[in-house]
Design a binder for this molecule. Structure first.
Ligand code: WTA
Length: 659
């Protein structure tokens, strides 16, 4: 496993925070490295005091008795406490007299000629969330019922999530780019009886037919009793009575008074499905108390957020992924810094859209993915240069390792060489940042996510759990519990233990290979399982293989990642055709198969290359030799030991057919 971890990256440039950053950001949450180390040690040695103090700043209906209870792999945080995440996001701000402050600034995609902008204050949110929560109750949703949300990036998406949180109905948000089958799997697994959706979503000037996708999914989901539909695009949709109802009709009738449920700290806040090595996507469970405290505190610290200042924060992720959950919604609202939410594509109507938005809204904090940065580089320096980006103070990245070249471009062309970059490493499972620089404090090195966040006892170990010396690649593990950690995989205890806790006894195994350099900085080298990170989006190679073999022309498929200039990792599929297939293995079939995957999973899973092969290279025990395929896809001559290959000729044939 760990012999696959290789990296040739050598990077020694160190960037200290600029004087202008220090002058303009406001008081630093962590003023210097001495403070970082002091706080870090306390967070590891005495987590109860460290997290207890932070958690007491939140609103609790009943104070917690114990900060943490830990018996690997089960953690309970803020035990005995009752609280409500929605109350801490909204009501607390309103009660403190900040009801008129901007909470969410939203910009729609269409620009005819100006984009539509909606600002929601905390008062607006309180009113709309309460109404929506009452609407959900009117549809029979009770505490503990899981609500599926499949929407575009419109304010109603955030409102729907917060409404669920308010009444203790966990949500399961499905990314709007997923296809109907992905909805079917997730709704079934969650046993959800209600779906909230939109008629459609704007994406690059086109309408994505969300409601139609829900209709298609519901053909296989007789258990879905209600579909609540937000009107966004105005395109015609079919409303099935009595199942479907318009949001605007139902929500408007509701009272604006909806008390928050007092929820147990360990009640489920949401499920979010993510890809693993095997099988279908798994529903990662996050609970109320720990997730609330961890996301708000990491947001405040990593982005140095200052409530009531000029800060305007813009994260370009979609809320359908964990980044949007944690750092557009739940981490942001308790910190009272306006969060800018954007509906559409980065290149609509032109490739300068983000820069125009930064200038328009005087954005101070900008958080995006390396894949996006590589696209910006390709689109050209002229786009950012046209706009006034002087409001920017801090930049961030997330989702995959950033190559130093992209880091330097981001630093120079977006950050004018004065904005620190926080390269934040984390996962759906971790709830919030686990390894990241702290701005104004941690010196940064391009390509390294630097040091562990407070409470994260991260290490690089071998399979026996022994810590490895500097620069030796190994498994990234976390040895102690932290408040934002996943509490399980929905309905699959065995898979939870097997995936995260069985590879190294008693430690959380993240699934990434990494090393630490001599200064102790972490360098993530990529996934060590069959998960690939395509444009910063997590996909299981198995899911794509299953989609391919569900096509009648295909009997077997193996999918691996390959280097890709923009996406970071592209998708290479090796496909064996069915004997019954009588057509030709040509580009038209390649296109058909690619479309089939798009239809089954979504466009993000569309293979970049498809290779036809009579056989796949396998070991004697029948395992597909993925390493070989990875080398072939990357155009590398394989130096791997091939003595276990069942059929050497397979490899030779695959090489011969190299385009
Ligand atoms: C990768 C996204 C290097 C990593 C928040 C991880 C990163 C997976 C970084 C989780 C980073 C995320 N540097 N790699 N800064 N951030 N990753 O669950 O492989 O969609 O395991 O969460 O993304 O992806 P997920």
């Amino acid at each position: 496993m760990s012999d696959e971890i290789t990296s040739t990256l050598q990077e020694n440039r160190v960037f200290e925070p600029s004087a202008r950053f220090l002058a303009e950001i406001g008081p630093l949450v962590v003023p210097d490295m001495a403070a970082y180390w002091r706080m870090y040690r306390q967070s590891i040695d005495d987590p109860a005091t460290f997290w207890g103090e932070i958690a007491r700043d939140f609103r609790w209906y009943r104070p917690f008795d114990t900060v943490v209870e830990w018996k690997a792999p089960d953690a309970k945080w803020f035990v005995g406490g009752t609280t409500n995440v929605c109350a801490n996001c909204i009501d607390r701000q309103v009660d403190a007299g900040h009801g008129d402050d901007a909470a969410i600034v939203w910009e729609g995609e269409p620009c005819a000629p100006q984009p539509e902008v909606r600002t929601l204050t905390y008062n607006d949110l309180l009113r709309e969330v309460s109404r929506t929560a009452n609407a959900l109750k009117a549809l029979g949703v009770r505490r503990g019922d899981i609500v599926t949300i499949y929407m575009g990036m419109v304010p109603e998406l955030t409102i729907a999530m917060l409404a669920c949180a308010r009444i203790g109905a966990p949500h399961s948000v499905i990314f709007g780019g997923f296809a109907p089958n992905a909805i079917v799997d997730r709704v079934r697994d969650a046993k959800s009886k209600i779906i909230i959706t939109c008629d459609g979503a704007w994406r690059r000037g086109q309408v994505v037919a969300l409601k139609k996708n829900v209709d298609d999914a519901c053909e296989k989901l007789p258990e879905v009793e209600h579909v609540l539909v937000v009107r966004r695009t105005g395109e015609p949709v079919t409303m099935h009575t009595p199942r479907d109802q318009w949001w605007h009709a139902l929500v408007a009738q509701q009272s604006t008074d909806c008390p928050c449920e007092a929820l147990d700290s360990e009640d489920l806040l949401f499920l979010l499905y993510t890809s693993g090595s095997t099988g279908k996507p798994k529903g990662i469970c996050h609970t109320v108390g720990g997730y609330m405290v961890y996301t708000a505190y990491t947001a405040k610290t990593t982005f140095n957020l200052v409530a009531g200042s000029n800060h305007v924060y813009f994260c370009t992720a979609d809320i359908g992924w964990i980044t949007g959950h944690s750092y557009i919604v739940y981490g942001m609202l308790p910190n009272r810094v306006p969060t800018l939410m954007y509906e559409g594509a980065p290149n609509f109507p032109a490739e300068d859209r983000f820069w125009a938005m930064i200038a328009r809204h005087k954005v101070t904090h900008f958080y995006t993915a390396p894949t996006a940065i590589r696209a910006f580089m390709k689109w050209g320096d002229a786009h950012p240069a046209k706009h006034d980006l002087s409001s920017l103070l801090l930049l961030g990245t997330v989702g995959e390792p950033i190559n130093p070249e992209a880091w330097i471009w981001y630093h120079q062309h977006i950050g004018a060489s004065r904005c620190p970059i926080v390269d934040t490493m984390w996962q759906t499972e971790t709830g919030g940042h686990i390894i990241t620089p702290l701005p104004g404090c941690t010196p940064t090195v391009p390509g390294s996510c630097t040091l562990a966040f407070f409470g994260i006892d991260a290490a690089i170990v071998n399979e026996k759990g022994e810590e490895l010396p500097p620069n030796q690649g190994g498994l990234l593990v976390i040895r102690k519990p932290w408040p934002g950690m996943l509490r399980g995989i929905h309905g699959d205890r065995e898979r939870f233990i097997e995936t995260y806790w069985s590879k190294v006894a008693g430690m959380y195994v993240a699934g990434d290979g990494a090393r630490r350099d001599k200064r102790g900085y972490f360098w993530i080298m990529g996934r060590i399982d069959d998960v690939i990170n395509v444009s910063g989006h997590r996909l299981g190679t198995m899911e794509i293989e299953s989609a391919l073999v569900s096509h009648p022309a295909v009997v077997e498929a193996a999918v691996v990642g390959m280097p890709h200039e923009i996406k970071g990792t592209g998708i290479a599929a090796f496909v064996t055709l069915a004997p019954s297939f009588t057509g030709t293995a040509d580009d038209s079939l390649r296109k058909q198969l690619a479309e089939h995957v798009t239809k089954e999973i979504g466009a993000i899973a569309r293979p970049d290359i498809i290779r036809f092969t009579a056989l796949l290279p396998k070991t004697r025990s029948g395992k597909i030799m993925r390493r070989l395929l990875r080398d072939i896809a990357a155009g590398r001559d394989s130096t791997q030991d091939t003595t276990t290959l069942e059929d050497f000729t397979v490899l030779a044939k695959l090489r011969e057919s190299d385009e």
